[in-house]
Design a protein around this ligand. Structure first.
Ligand code: HEM
Ligand SMILES: N[C@@H](CC(=O)c1ccccc1NC=O)C(=O)O
Length: 452
């Protein structure tokens, strides 16, 4: 179709130089996306780590009385990582996942958080995190990507096929169906979203091939339909996860140690009695490579924002920061993709091609719809329960929900509860999420403001 547009400017040569990324070279599966092609391990193979497995399996009961979990962890020996772990990436991921669960349980077990992790967790957690290229705490990878298994092994499935109706989580803090479902919605989202990566790469190939037979428009339409399926996957949260269970029981364990001074961690957490205080953001879907890949594919640019800062003055690009929380290969994939992606540029170069503009616009509206739906979910699961929290008595030995940071927010304008409420990742969540949504819309509206 666009061969007729030969009088329009040519694509810059740069994008033709570097080959397109090959998914498998970055530990990404064409069928399962950022979930590995192989299922996560459900147990460490070496008996040496039996106690770790026992404690992580018993977290729901140990956390019934928060101090019990701290005693059980304090009694653990300090173990080195042996060759069974160091020699196999799935063992490493399992160890990292267990240690992340134990670290958060230890810190957030009661209304008075601990700010020092014992050596028995700190040392192996720092080591596994370092090798995997992720930070030393529970992340989207440890809670979601590497924390699911087949529920009924007897149920027949094709080899290599992941049946989303037959999965469950390996570990949870609370033992509730709500918590399992909370993580599984994201597992489903990653699998369903794998087709976005395939369509995105098809579009890039079609551009390089000279856009024969409307291949770019076709690819964009396929991509728009795939993004729409993501919104449906997101809204499934409501089927098995109760907002109050999430807000009061589950969420307190997911918090990290950035912007958490008002929650009792003014300096972050010290890794070992002799270690340094360090600050890290808690788990969040902002650490999912899938949505960030979509932003790159569609040329949606996110700017630095004050939404992440408790003082409201220093601006950082939170989504860029979150790339450091992704597994190393996935992060490298995003950088590779960004260096070769020219879809938005191509669309703007062919401004008179109306069907092309519409197909691109359709993708952007679907991504906007996803972010709008997400804001609705956040309102239901965080903002509304936080407004009713006065009903819950505040006791030292009982978990505290993550509270709005009322003391240090120096942002201008009237302060509503939602403008101060913070995410597990430490953002002032509503301003941040609205900015992400508005920057999505801007990709189609302005050419210059949102340039590639
Ligand atoms: C009850 C469910 C959920 C809640 C309460 C929630 C809450 C939040 C919050 C507060 C943030 C801001 C970052 C932070 O400080 O943590 C965030 C970011 C994000 N969440 Fe969720 N989330 C939920 C489920 C999901 C699911 C299931 C998905 C994907 C299907 C998702 C996708 C995202 C994305 C992509 C971001 C980064 C911002 C953006 O790119 O627009 N969330 N979420
Ligand atoms: N940022 C969210 C938490 C969140 O989205 C999340 C945290 C850990 C693992 C997965 C997450 N998202 C799952 O749907 C919050 O502030 O509650």
């Amino acid at each position: 179709m666009n061969n007729t547009y030969t009088s329009e400017p040519q694509m810059p040569h740069r994008t033709k130089m570097r080959p397109l990324p090959v998914l498998e070279e970055y530990c990404i599966s064409p069928h399962h996306g950022f979930l590995d092609g192989l299922l996560p391990l459900t147990r460490l193979s070496s008996k040496k780590y039996k106690k770790w497995e026992e404690i992580v399996a018993e977290l729901p009961s140990l956390l019934q009385e928060g101090s019990k979990v701290r005693t059980a962890i304090d009694e653990l020996d300090v173990l080195d990582l042996d060759d069974t772990i160091l020699g196999d990436v799935r063992e490493l991921r399992r160890a990292y996942s267990i240690l992340g669960f134990m670290a958060h349980a230890y810190i957030w077990a009661t209304g008075t958080p601990r700010d020092v992790l014992p050596e028995c967790i700190a040392r192996p957690l720092l080591e596994t995190a370092d090798i995997l290229g992720v930070p030393p705490l529970a992340t989207y990878s440890s809670l979601v990507l590497w924390n699911f298994k087949v529920a009924d092994k007897c149920k027949k499935t094709e080899p290599g096929y992941l049946d989303l109706e037959n999965i469950t989580t390996i570990n949870t803090f609370t033992g509730t169906v709500d918590e399992s479902w909370f993580y599984l919605v994201s597992v489903r989202f990653e699998k369903i979203g794998s087709s976005c990566l395939n369509h995105g790469l098809d579009i890039l190939r079609a551009i390089r091939d000279g856009d024969k037979d409307g291949a770019v428009i076709n690819g964009l339409e396929n991509l728009a339909a795939a993004i729409e399926r993501l919104s449906k996957a997101l809204m499934e949260m409501e089927t098995k996860c109760e907002p109050n269970v999430f807000y009061f029981k589950i969420r307190p364990f997911l918090a990290g140690w950035t912007n958490m001074s008002h929650m009792g961690l003014p300096q972050g957490v010290r890794y070992g009695a002799e270690g340094q205080y360090q600050i890290f953001s808690g788990g969040s879907n902002a650490q999912s490579s899938l949505i960030q890949a979509l932003d790159i594919l569609l040329g949606v640019k996110h700017t630095a924002n004050a939404a992440h800062s408790s003082r409201g003055d220093s601006k950082i690009n939170y989504l860029d920061e979150m790339k450091k929380y992704m597994p190393r290969q996935h992060r490298d994939f995003l950088y590779h993709l960004a260096s070769v992606c020219d879809i938005r540029e191509y669309v703007f170069l062919h401004i008179s091609n109306q069907p092309l503009q519409e197909a691109y616009g359709h993708c952007i509206s679907m991504l906007q719809k996803f972010r709008d739906n997400h804001i609705q979910i956040v309102t239901k699961y965080i903002i509304l329960p936080s407004n009713s929290k006065q009903l819950a008595p505040k006791k030292k030995e009982v978990l505290n929900p993550i509270e709005p940071n009322t003391k240090t927010c120096a942002c201008s304008g009237p302060k509503t509860a939602s403008s101060k409420t913070i995410g597990t990742g430490g953002t002032r969540l509503m301003p941040f999420l609205k900015q992400c949504r508005d920057e999505t819309v801007a990709a189609v509206k302005t050419k210059n403001k949102n340039k590639n």
